[in-house]
Design a protein around this ligand. Structure first.
Ligand SMILES: Cc1ncc(COP(=O)(O)O)c(C=O)c1O
Length: 357
């Protein structure tokens, strides 16, 4: 198989379809971890109602969106900056992190590398998993004399791709230890009770939390995320970026999504029942290890190279699972699958059982 164009992010359906030899719309995508309930009715009607508003610029300062986020997150609007996806905000985090030696526990979401490299940020990677495949304690890893005094930490909680979750109690001491702590909480909406550090942002001005509406609200194509941090830091980020980073439709859809309690409740009902059910189902697949996850995806380790499992899933079942070739610490035997609807999860389990047996 040609490795040169292997995707480094989930959701590359064109690549998957070329391997499966079928049209893109026949691929069942387990590679991107997006809520399968799709768009909430509140979002759809907001988009329909405001479609023609794109003949105007977005609202300066995004006050209404920031107020909706503030209500949702229980933090003042001045401490919130909406962005063109979490990915855009990671860019500005990269610029801030470049002032320090950044400690990056790995494997890590691929886009961190882009954001850090864009500003030539000095980075020290610290593997969360050893050569034998044993996952290590975060405290143990960070208890390392090579970490300089003026260091920053870039962490993802819950962690993609492992699904690991660090509690607030584990993370809070790090705020005294590091000059800057950036936590990407893009999957935190799926965690209950939440372990978000957002309630501590007003107390620690060296804390930056970045999150996304992509995953829980099923809005990957719209691009909407937010950062919660000290207002001075956010003013600085705003001065660095384009004045209209969040488009008008993302603005209205974001407000509608956050106010759509019916969709939020429905998502919780689906998640609470089917997340443990898929975990149990995956545990029963022969020659496959599944890692416990606090999010809407599972990390897998297979006896045959996962890249082979991935190819068979595509060619025989048109199912697209994420390989972990872009995470050098993991490599060929690891894969990741998203949680989807019951029927889709069942299709995955049947296919994996046949391929791995
Ligand atoms: C950990 C993590 N952070 C951020 C993102 C990007 O989120 P957004 O779509 O809001 O840019 C992703 C997307 O896969 C992710 O996995």
């Amino acid at each position: 198989m040609d490795q040169s164009n292997r995707p480094t992010h989930g959701g590359n359906l064109v690549w998957a379809a070329s391997l499966a030899g079928c049209p893109v719309n026949q691929i069942l995508d387990f590679s991107a971890s997006i809520n399968p309930l799709g768009l909430g009715s509140g979002v759809i009607s907001a988009l329909q109602q405001h479609l023609l508003d794109i003949d105007k610029y977005p609202t300066p300062g995004y006050l209404e969106l920031r107020q909706a986020l503030a209500k949702h997150l229980q933090v003042s609007p001045e401490w919130i900056l909406p962005g063109n996806g979490a990915a855009e905000l990671l860019t500005w985090a990269g610029r801030e992190l470049a002032q320090y030696q950044t400690i990056l526990p790995t494997p890590a979401f691929n886009d961190y590398g882009r954001a850090l490299q864009a500003f030539s940020a000095p980075v020290t990677t610290m593997p969360l998993v050893d050569q034998q495949g044993t996952w290590l304690d975060l405290e143990q890893i960070l208890d390392n004399p090579v970490i300089p005094t003026r260091a920053a930490l870039l962490l993802n909680n819950p962690h993609n791709p492992s699904g690991a979750l660090w509690t607030t109690e584990t993370l809070l001491p790090l705020l005294d230890r590091f000059s800057l702590v950036v936590v990407d909480e893009s999957f935190m909406d799926f965690v209950s009770p939440s372990q978000s550090l957002i309630p501590w942002v007003e107390k620690y001005d060296n804390l930056v939390v970045i999150s996304s509406l992509t995953k829980f609200y099923s809005l990957p194509g719209l691009r909407l995320g937010y950062c919660v941090a000290h207002p001075d830091r956010l003013a600085r980020w705003q001065s660095w970026r384009d004045p209209w980073a969040v488009n008008r439709l993302a603005e209205v859809a974001g407000i509608a999504a956050l106010n759509d309690q019916e969709f939020i409740d429905r998502t919780w009902n689906w998640y609470n029942y089917y997340q443990p059910k898929l975990f149990t189902g995956l545990q029963q697949v022969p020659n496959l290890e599944v890692y416990p996850s606090a999010a809407n995806f599972f990390l897998l380790r297979t006896v045959q190279p996962f890249t082979m499992v991935q190819a068979k899933l595509l060619q025989q079942f048109q199912i697209f699972a994420r390989d972990c070739m872009s995470f050098p610490e993991l490599g060929a035997y690891y894969g990741r699958v998203a949680l989807k609807s019951e029927a889709e999860n069942q299709r995955l389990l049947t296919a994996l059982t046949e391929i791995c047996a």
